[in-house]
Design a protein around this ligand. Structure first.
Ligand SMILES: Cc1cc2nc3c(=O)[nH]c(=O)nc-3n(C[C@H](O)[C@H](O)[C@H](O)COP(=O)(O)O)c2cc1C
Length: 202
């Protein structure tokens, strides 16, 4: 209750402030408020991984979503500065792995710019199409159909080519800049081991 009323108050303040300041001279404040607001909703976390000319690339992303179910298409937004974005082209294949709740370390590793980071992540080839993260909740091989650059980012539009998933695994959940998990049992009803219970008290 305390947190709910506190966040309600913050929301209200931000809204009033932005109504007065959303002009060009205050773009930076608008951006900060936007970043804060984006942190206030939870997202799943995925890894985009690709092998291009035998070199491995990978980035942690939460900007992915389904574009359509039939045909099975998805989009993911990557910063143009990302090495993974630079490696992908129309016609490339990449892996999209929805990370499991116990894969925070992998998410942090792939979010780094460490040139050796790909050596630290266990990958496997999905159906000989693309590398995916071992142990991820869902593993998908995707074919890039279009890349739309906009400002600092590119929107990658891809078609699903192969998928495997484990419904008993819980997804990694990112909220307010942290990995959180708010469930006490797996989907099949079995208890989550204590070391995986990252339950956060608000
Ligand atoms: C939870 C989380 C979500 C992220 N989501 C994105 C994203 O959607 N798009 C993006 O470009 N970067 C995202 N990043 C940052 C990239 O993972 C990071 O810039 C990474 O260093 C890119 O690696 P690369 O340059 O080797 O491709 C995210 C980071 C974290 C921790």
């Amino acid at each position: 209750m305390r947190v709910e009323s506190l966040s309600g108050k913050l929301h209200f303040k931000e809204r009033v402030r932005l109504m007065h300041r959303a002009d060009e001279s205050n773009q930076e404040q608008l951006n900060v408020a936007y970043r804060t607001a984006c942190g206030l909703y939870s997202t799943p976390v995925a890894a985009v991984t690709a092998r291009v000319e035998s070199e491995l690339f990978g980035a942690t992303v939460n900007s992915f979503t389904s574009l359509s179910l039939d045909p099975a298409m998805l989009v993911v937004c990557l910063a143009q500065a990302s090495n993974t974005a630079k490696a992908l082209q129309v016609g490339s294949q990449f892996g999209l792995s929805i990370l499991s709740s116990d894969q925070e370390t992998i998410a942090r590793t792939l979010a780094s710019r460490d040139p050796d980071k790909m050596k630290a992540v266990l990958l496997r080839d999905l159906d000989g199409l693309a590398p995916v993260v071992e142990g991820a909740q869902s593993q998908m091989a995707c074919h890039v159909e279009d890349i739309v650059p906009h400002a600092t980012h590119v929107i990658i539009i891809a078609r699903l080519k192969a998928i495997e998933y484990d419904p008993t695994r819980l997804p990694a959940v990112y909220y307010k800049g942290r990995f959180v998990l708010r469930m006490s049992e797996r989907h099949d009803g079995s208890p989550i081991p204590p070391e995986l219970r990252h339950v956060e008290t608000l």
